[in-house]
Ligand binder design. Structure first.
Ligand SMILES: [Zn+2]
Length: 403
């Protein structure tokens, strides 16, 4: 290919075009800056100098002048909500909702955000009104999800169940685990009102929604026991092993009592031994020890207990072992020493014997199906803090294979 001199013109031409483009960008940026109302910049200054109240006023003024700033207000209001300044978020969202110059979808968005503000502020009736007003909008599904949360917060279980149906109709995903617990909560209310039949129906519905819900089996067992149907009660409780064996500590005591009432001591002791072997837990071990003490004597009970504590050592286990030893020992100097050791240990074990939420870390002496800290269902596993720390559930043996 031959070199032609006119090609040399291309280089200065490219430079010239670049310079023109840069000038145009600069002009456009200056034009945009001029178009911004002064109150907008004042608002930014107030925000930077940590005067959010004055910043809000300045932004409100800017919004009255320039309708393009709606997105800025949404962002600002959400920022306030995140910081816990709900009243400011409400002011901004209310302002946006009342602006007739905004597009309909923007006003719907403001209503939705306002509903979330009211929900966070605990003004539940106004939150409900806001979300209900969006049933015909593009935000219907999101608003329906918020309404479900609201009814759950109010413990309006029937409304929450109906709301889950609405969500389903809207094609939104259903929180089946939560829904199963709503049925269980409603069933608990029925049991307290002596409506056993309705409670059983609700629990069956819960199992249809979530077949591996252990709480249902536990409650169905209790219902059967209240009707003196011992075998049925045992069958319900034993099904918990297939559903989720880590919840067996909640069932151990009920199960043993049912076996004992049937007079099937051997069956009951065997079931407890199997559970303690395959799904070790300090609470199950306690039930097994008490059962052995009553029916097999102190020596055998102590030996079995000691074997289990040696297999999975823990301070909680050692504490119970000392308790068992002390209950059998003669009162002498050695016993006094053991009592002192146990007393010192107890100061530590109280802390270790709590239950903990795996989601937010909330700890409680009592087991909760719904964590009081983060309101998540099934976030606590009925294992004591020490067990969770030393023998994490994920590292434990998987569900045993039935022979
Ligand atoms: Zn929690």
């Amino acid at each position: 290919m031959e070199f032609e001199f006119w090609w040399l013109l291309i280089i200065p031409l490219v430079f010239a075009l670049g310079w023109v483009a840069a000038r145009l960008d600069q002009k456009q940026a200056m034009a945009e800056a001029k178009a911004m109302p002064k109150s907008y910049f004042r608002g930014v200054n107030f925000l930077l100098s940590e005067q959010p109240d004055r910043a809000v006023d300045a932004f409100l003024e800017a919004a009255q002048i320039d309708t393009e700033t709606a997105e800025l207000h949404f962002a600002l209001a959400n920022l306030f909500r995140k910081r816990g300044e709900i009243d400011r978020a409400i002011r901004l969202h209310q302002f946006l909702q009342d602006r007739t110059d905004l597009a309909e979808h923007q006003r719907h968005q403001a209503t939705y955000e306002l509903g979330v503000d009211f929900l966070r502020a605990g003004i539940l009736d106004r939150a409900e009104t806001a979300f209900k007003s969006l049933t015909q909008s593009r935000l219907a599904s999101k608003a329906a999800r918020q309404l479900l949360e609201l009814y759950e917060l109010e413990k309006e279980w029937e409304k929450a169940i109906a709301q889950a149906d609405i969500l389903r109709d809207l094609g939104a995903p259903i929180p089946s685990r939560d829904l199963a617990h709503f049925y269980c909560e409603l069933a608990e209310l029925c049991i307290s009102r002596k409506e056993g039949g309705r409670a059983a129906d609700l629990l069956q519905k819960a199992l249809e929604v979530q077949p591996d819900n252990v709480r249902c089996s536990l409650m169905l067992g209790e219902l059967a026991l209240s009707r003196n149907q011992l075998q049925q009660a045992v069958a319900h409780w034993r099904s918990a092993e297939k559903q989720n064996p880590w919840y067996l500590p909640l069932i151990g005591e009920h199960l043993w009592k049912a076996y004992e009432q049937q007079g099937d001591i051997e069956g009951g002791l065997k079931a407890l031994e199997e559970y303690c072997t395959h799904y070790p837990s300090i609470d199950l071990l306690k039930v097994w020890f008490a059962a052995l003490l009553d029916h097999r004597g102190a020596d055998e009970a102590y030996l079995k207990f000691r074997t289990e504590v040696r297999r999975m050592p823990s301070l909680l286990g050692l504490d119970r072992l000392l308790e068992a030893q002390l209950s059998q020992a003669q009162d002498d100097d050695k016993v006094q020493d053991l009592k002192l050791i146990r007393e010192l240990m107890s100061r530590h074990t109280t802390r270790l014997s709590r239950f903990r939420c795996h989601s937010c870390g909330f700890q409680a002496k009592k087991f909760y199906w719904q964590c009081p800290g983060c309101a998540q269902w099934d976030a606590m596993i009925p294992r004591r803090v020490e067990e969770l720390d030393f023998y994490p559930v994920s590292e434990r043996p998987a569900e045993r294979v039935k022979s």
